[in-house]
Design a binder for this molecule. Structure first.
Ligand code: DON
Length: 565
């Protein structure tokens, strides 16, 4: 059994909101900070880097820079300075909530048919392997932005642990081997990537040290010169030359023109909890709120498990259909955000759901499936002032495009595959997009990454995970577990299921559904698709204000570390 403290507290979250309704005089007083800080990340070295910066006088934002940059080094298959991400921030002193959008953008020479052949057929690997698959990275610019605007320490201080890790190296683990094995062929195709991430062209043995001197030098340049050290000057020239020599289309202008965006998070309410999550170009916040709005119309706790699961699946089905149709970069396309996240709209969708029978996805507009894994990464941080960060970062596939421009040490992302290469044609993950997510110069590709805060007067949850299109339903399960009184460890360990409209099947982890539940769901007309393995790598921090207690947990499926100090 887990310690009961968090369980009790979170169970009271919704009650406090409903009964007390938030007391104004309490809210006006400067909120006292938590008794301890907490960091949950996907790698122990990254968690340690965050604490090093906190103890050195940094706040949660400085720590987020240290953890992000260190993950870029020690989890090279998940995220990196050649990629991007979303950093959801909460500043305690004034309650500011912001999402720093460091998502990659399409290069200026990108065009909607760039991954199609002469016959208009999509050439699958083109948007996945090699230089042409890479969007213009956003992470270096985002880290500088966070340091300048929100941090307390100079960028160089927060980058120091990452630079050390790049120089001294880190040890190959099981997870590293699995990811390298999966991408072996593509890694071998880039000499600069193979030299660092493989050993004599093979997957390195457990314990082998991966040293990245070129990456260390690039990080040092960023530490010295700020983001300009990456987007301009010698590093930028090497990035562009290396990329173009290998069939890429990057230009110096693309790099110099990259811009971080600050966006207002999407907020909603569920069962007395305030949900704060990622707006477009992520689809996460919209889909989460749609699902929560739909299921909030039922008294789920009064229904049996099969009906509860059925209704949640039907809500997922409808939210993912809308994702395919409406969502894209709002700097380029109009997204009916207010409508999609409104309760009235959800009520309309709810009215199409039958209690006694599964809907058929084929009666709705088609979308295709996407596998999920443990690449991409998430970190959750709380400092003792009450500042928070939830950040989900990515280079897309394991090891991104598997391409390193010589001399830079920078593994490029293959995030371009998150665009729709051709309307109606699935990307390699199986996702179909629409006009809203078509490729255009400097546009951001649609994402599922969903860094999220769950708030009430009584406490705060910081949640997120990798996992492709399953990210959104994983975060949903996290929110529902929190609402039901689960503690941090139970939240990250919870068995998961997922429906994304098409294939018209409920995917579920081993152990998520027992035989009886499976039979009942089939009786309701659902197709079941049992998965061979677990998925996701959730990192959670919970601050229970009422009990003055902080807890944190890292997904048992991964190799991460959560610590409270
Ligand atoms: O932004 C996105 O939605 C994807 N590039 C995330 C990929 C991912 O989570 C892969 N993880 N298993």
């Amino acid at each position: 059994m887990k310690p009961t403290i968090t369980t009790t507290v979170i169970a009271t979250l919704s009650i406090a909101m409903l009964v007390v309704g938030g007391c104004a005089s309490e809210r006006d007083a400067a909120p006292p900070g938590p008794p301890q800080a907490a960091i949950a990340s996907a790698h122990p070295v990254a968690t340690a880097a965050g604490f090093e910066v906190l103890t050195g006088g940094g706040n949660a934002f400085d720590a987020a820079i240290a953890v992000s940059a260190t993950l870029a080094v020690v989890e090279p298959y998940s995220s990196g300075i050649g990629g991007g991400g979303f950093w959801l921030l909460h500043r305690a002193q004034d309650g500011m909530q912001r999402m720093v959008d460091g998502r990659e953008t399409a290069p200026g020479a990108a065009h909607r048919k760039m991954y199609q052949d002469a016959n208009g057929e999509v050439v699958p690997k083109l948007s996945v392997d090699g230089a042409l698959a890479a969007g213009i990275p956003g992470e270096p610019a985002a880290l500088e932005h966070i340091a300048q605007r929100y941090g307390r320490l100079p960028l160089a201080r927060s980058l120091a642990p990452a630079i050390r890790a790049a120089r001294e190296g880190f040890e190959v683990t099981e997870q590293y081997r699995r990811m390298a094995e999966f991408r072996l062929e593509a890694l071998r195709a880039s000499p600069a990537a193979a030299a660092v991430f493989l050993s004599n062209g093979e997957v390195p043995a457990i314990g082998h040290r991966i040293r990245q001197p070129d990456l260390a030098a690039t990080l040092e340049t960023i530490a010295r010169e700020g983001a300009d050290g990456f987007y301009r000057g010698a590093v930028a020239r090497m990035l562009v030359e290396g990329s173009r020599a290998a069939g890429g289309i990057w230009t110096l202008d693309d790099l110099a023109g990259y811009q971080v965006k600050e966006r207002a998070p999407l907020t909603g309410e569920f069962g007395g909890l305030r949900i704060v999550s990622a707006p477009p170009p992520s689809s996460g916040g919209v889909a989460l709120l749609t699902i929560l709005n739909i299921i909030s119309g039922y008294s789920l706790e009064k229904l049996n498990l099969a009906t509860r699961t059925h209704l949640t699946v039907e809500a997922m089905r409808r939210a993912y259909r809308d994702r395919a149709e409406y969502l894209g970069d709002m700097d380029f396309v109009q997204v009916p955000l207010r409508r999609l996240t409104s309760r009235d709209y959800a009520a309309g969708l709810r009215a199409t759901i039958r209690l006694d029978r599964a809907s058929a996805s084929k009666e709705l507009r088609p979308v295709a499936p996407q596998p999920a894994g443990q690449h991409t990464t998430h970190l959750s941080i709380l400092d003792t002032e009450g500042n928070r960060v939830a950040a989900t970062l990515s280079i897309n596939y394991p090891f991104g495009a598997c391409f390193v421009p010589p001399g830079t040490g920078v593994l490029l992302n293959d995030e371009m595959d998150d665009f729709s290469a051709k309307p109606g044609v699935a990307n390699v993950y199986g996702l179909v997009g629409a006009e809203a997510n078509a490729i255009a110069p400097r546009k951001r590709m649609l994402s599922s990454m969903s860094p999220t805060f769950v708030e009430s007067e009584q406490g705060v949850g910081i949640i997120g995970t990798p996992g492709g299109s399953r990210i959104i339903t994983m975060v949903l399960h996290g929110i529902l577990a929190l609402h039901a009184g689960a503690d941090a460890q139970q939240i990250v360990a919870k068995k998961r299921y997922h429906h994304q409209y098409l294939p018209d099947a409920i995917q579920f982890e081993p152990g998520a559904f027992d035989a009886q539940l499976q039979a009942e769901l089939e009786l309701l007309g659902h197709q079941l698709q049992p998965l061979d393995s677990d998925y996701g790598n959730m990192q959670t921090v919970i601050w229970d204000r009422g009990a003055n207690k902080v807890s944190a947990a890292s997904d048992p499926r991964g190799e991460g570390l959560a610590e409270v100090r």
